[in-house]
Design a protein. Structure first.
Length: 614
C-alpha cells in the first residue's frame, strides 16, 4: 500500500492533543457540603467498580484517536496493490470536429455519446491513475494535464461541444505523444468516429461512437465571381457531396435565395461517395446576400448544409495583352469585357517586353517570350514557337481546317456556358501537352485548347486562329471561352475575387465589430462579434461584414467532414491494453476510511449518551 497525497500524513500530530488532555486531566477536589444524603443515593444508582471506570476512559481515548487516525489516512488517499496492473496514466482524447455533431434518431450527437462512454470509464479508474484530457478539431487543446482530480476531469469533459471545424488529428497526435512521454504505462483513449492511422509507440485504444446507420450530404465547395461579359450578373460554383456510408442514392434539394427571395431550386441525386458540381447564375447588385441551403431526408449533419455570402464587388482584372499580330476577334472580345467593366487592358508589343507593370494575367497572342514569366498565370493564344511549359510545332501554310470540334471536358470552368456544337476552326499548330495539362477541345485526334497548371502557375493554350476559323467569329463561344479563361487563371487572386471565402479555424485579419449572418445548424441568425486585437480565429459559419463595408464568408466546405463514417459492424480492434482494476469495493481505501470514521463517531455518541463513556 502507498499514499497518493502523503503530505497530509503529518497531521497525525493532532493525536497528541487528546493524549495530552488524557494524561493531564483535571483531578477531583474535596468540597464541603451540608449533607451527603443526595450523593449517597447517586452513588447507589451509579455504583461501578474501579476497573470499569478505567476501561471506559481508555475506550473514550481509543475512539478519539481512531477518529483522528481515520481522518488523516483518508486525506492521504491510500491505495492498495490491487491496482498494480492498472496504467500509470490515461490520456483521454475527444474528437470535437464537425462530423462529431452528427446526431441519431434521438438527437444525441457523437460528442454527447463520447462523453457518456468516457464518464463511465473514468468513474471506474483507480485513484492512483493520472488523467489528462485533450480535445481537438482544427487544433489540439489540453483541457487537463496530468491530474488525479476526477471531479475536475468530469466537469471539463461535460463542457466539450462539437465545433464546425475540420478535424486535424496530426496536431492532437503530437500533443498526445508528448504527454505520453511524461508517465510510464500510459494508455490513450481516443473517442471519435475515425481511428488514427499513426499509432506507433502508443498504447492506443479507439472508442468508436460513430453511427451504425446514417445518411448525409453536404456542400463541400463554394466560389462566387462576377460573370465575364455581363453587368450585375454573378456565377456561383457549388459542389455537393454524399457520404460513402450512405445506404443508397440520396435525393437532395438545393435552395438559392437572393436578398431574402427564392431565386432557384435544384434537385440532385447522389450515389454514395459521389460529388456533383453546379454553376449557379445569379442576378443582383453588389452587397446582396446569397443564401444556399441543402435539404435531404434523414440528413444527420447540419453544419455542411448552408452557405451565406454577399455578392462581391470585385475590382477589374488587369490584363496585359502582348501580341505580335493582334487578331481582330480577340480584340473584339477584349473590348466587350472592357466596356462591361470586367477588365483593364495593358496592351503592348513584343518590343516592349518585359513590361514594367505587373498584371493579374498575361495574354500572349502569336508570340511567346523567350524567358517564361512564372510569377503570373498565362493565356497563350495561337503561339508560333515553344517556350516554358508550352511546347508546340507550327503547321505549314494557312493551317488545317476542321468542320467540327469535340469537347472532351465540358465541365471545366474555362468551358462554362460554351457550346462546341456548330464550331468549325482552323488549327495552326500541334500541341505537345505535358501531364499537367488537360485537353478541352479536340479537332480530330489533336488538342486545340488545353488548360492546366505548371509549377503552381495556371496556363491556358489554344492552337487555332479565330480570324481564319469559319463561323467561330459569328458565335459567342470564343469571347465566352476567353472570359472564362481570364477568370479561371486569376481565380486564386483574392484581390480580384472581391470575396474572402474562408473556413472555421482560419485567421481573419479584421478589427472592430463584425456583423454575422450565422448558420446555427437549423437557420440563419444575426450575431455580432468584437475583434479588439485585429486578428480573429473564425469559429462560425456564415457571412460577415464590417462597419467599413468589407465582407466575406465562412463555410465548412470539407469533404472529409461531410463523409461521415459509419460504425464498423465487427468493431475496431483495440490494442492489447493492460487490465484496469476497478476502483469500487474494498480497494477504495479513502471511502472505506471515511465510512469507518463515521461509524466510530456514531458509536462514541451512543456510548456517551447511553453508557456515560467520557
Amino acid at each position: 500500500m502507498h499514499f497518493l497525497t502523503p503530505h497530509f500524513l503529518h497531521l497525525a500530530w493532532l493525536a497528541l492533543i487528546p493524549l495530552t488532555l488524557y494524561l493531564f486531566r483535571k483531578k477531583a477536589r474535596r468540597v464541603p457540603v451540608s449533607t451527603l444524603l443526595f450523593f449517597r443515593s447517586l452513588s447507589r444508582e451509579h455504583r461501578e467498580s474501579a476497573w470499569l471506570r478505567r476501561l471506559k476512559k481508555w475506550l473514550s481515548l481509543l475512539m478519539t484517536l481512531l477518529v483522528i487516525l481515520f481522518a488523516v489516512l483518508a486525506l492521504g488517499r491510500p491505495v492498495g496493490d490491487e491496482g498494480k496492473d492498472s496504467p500509470g496514466a490515461v490520456i483521454v482524447v475527444v474528437d470535437r470536429s464537425a462530423s462529431m455533431s452528427a446526431s441519431d434518431e434521438t438527437g444525441r450527437t457523437r460528442v454527447e455519446e463520447a462523453r457518456r462512454v468516457l464518464r463511465d470509464r473514468l468513474n471506474r479508474l483507480p485513484d492512483q491513475v493520472v488523467v489528462s484530457l485533450v480535445a481537438y478539431d482544427a487544433k489540439a487543446q489540453v483541457l487537463l494535464s496530468r491530474n488525479r482530480n476526477r471531479r475536475e476531469c468530469l466537469r471539463l469533459l461535460d463542457e466539450i461541444l462539437p465545433l464546425p471545424m475540420e478535424g486535424r488529428p496530426d496536431a492532437a497526435l503530437t500533443v498526445v505523444r508528448r504527454l505520453a512521454e511524461l508517465e510510464t504505462k500510459t494508455q490513450v483513449w481516443h473517442a471519435g468516429d475515425t481511428p488514427w492511422v499513426d499509432q506507433e509507440g502508443l498504447t492506443y485504444e479507439f472508442i468508436s461512437v460513430a453511427l451504425p446507420n446514417l445518411s448525409n450530404v453536404g456542400i463541400t465547395g463554394f466560389r462566387i465571381r462576377p460573370a465575364p461579359l455581363a453587368r450585375d450578373r454573378y456565377e456561383g460554383f457549388v459542389q455537393v457531396s454524399a457520404a460513402a456510408a450512405n445506404p443508397g442514392k440520396v435525393t437532395a434539394t438545393l435552395e438559392i435565395t437572393l436578398g431574402g427571395r427564392l431565386a432557384q431550386l435544384r434537385e440532385l441525386e447522389l450515389e454514395p461517395g459521389k460529388s456533383s458540381a453546379l454553376i449557379l447564375p445569379m442576378e443582383g447588385v453588389r452587397g446582396q446576400r446569397a443564401e444556399i441551403r441543402l435539404k435531404a431526408a434523414g440528413d444527420c449533419l447540419n453544419w455542411d448544409n448552408a452557405v451565406a455570402a454577399p455578392l462581391p464587388d470585385a475590382r477589374p482584372l488587369v490584363v496585359a495583352w502582348v501580341a505580335d499580330k493582334p487578331d481582330p476577334f480577340t480584340e473584339l472580345a477584349m473590348t466587350s469585357m472592357i466596356e462591361a467593366g470586367r477588365i483593364e487592358m495593358l496592351k503592348g508589343t513584343p518590343a516592349a517586353w518585359p513590361m514594367k507593370d505587373k498584371p493579374d494575367v498575361y495574354v500572349f497572342e502569336q508570340w511567346l517570350p523567350p524567358e517564361w514569366p512564372a510569377d503570373r498565370p498565362v493565356i497563350a493564344l495561337n503561339p508560333v514557337r515553344s517556350s516554358g511549359p508550352v511546347q508546340m510545332k507550327p503547321l505549314q501554310g494557312a493551317g488545317l481546317p476542321h468542320d467540327s470540334i469535340r469537347s472532351v471536358a465540358p465541365d471545366h470552368p474555362v468551358l462554362f456556358r460554351v457550346s462546341a456544337s456548330r464550331l468549325a476552326m482552323t488549327q495552326t499548330s500541334v500541341l505537345a501537352l505535358g501531364n499537367s495539362f488537360e485537353p478541352l477541345w479536340m479537332a480530330g485526334t489533336e488538342p486545340v485548347l488545353a488548360a492546366g497548371e505548371a509549377n503552381g502557375q495556371r496556363v491556358v493554350v489554344s492552337a487555332f486562329s479565330p480570324a481564319k476559323s469559319e463561323q467561330l467569329a459569328l458565335l459567342p463561344a470564343f469571347p465566352l471561352m476567353l472570359g472564362n479563361a481570364l477568370y479561371w487563371c486569376a481565380e486564386n487572386n483574392e484581390a480580384t475575387a472581391g470575396l474572402k471565402v474562408q473556413h472555421p479555424g482560419d485567421l481573419l485579419e479584421e478589427t472592430g465589430l463584425l456583423q454575422w449572418t450565422e448558420w446555427n445548424g437549423t437557420q440563419f441568425v444575426e450575431a455580432s462579434e468584437a475583434v479588439p486585437t485585429g486578428l480573429l480565429a473564425i469559429q462560425r459559419i456564415g457571412a460577415w461584414q464590417t462597419a467599413e463595408g468589407r465582407s466575406g464568408a465562412s463555410i465548412l466546405g470539407s469533404a472529409m467532414e461531410t463523409d461521415v463514417p459509419a460504425k464498423a459492424a465487427t468493431g475496431v480492434p483495440a490494442s492489447a491494453l493492460p487490465r484496469i482494476a476497478s476502483s469500487s469495493g474494498i480497494g477504495n481505501w479513502p471511502q472505506l476510511l471515511i465510512w469507518s470514521l463515521l461509524g466510530v463517531l456514531l458509536l462514541e455518541s451512543f456510548l456517551f449518551h447511553r453508557k456515560a463513556v467520557f
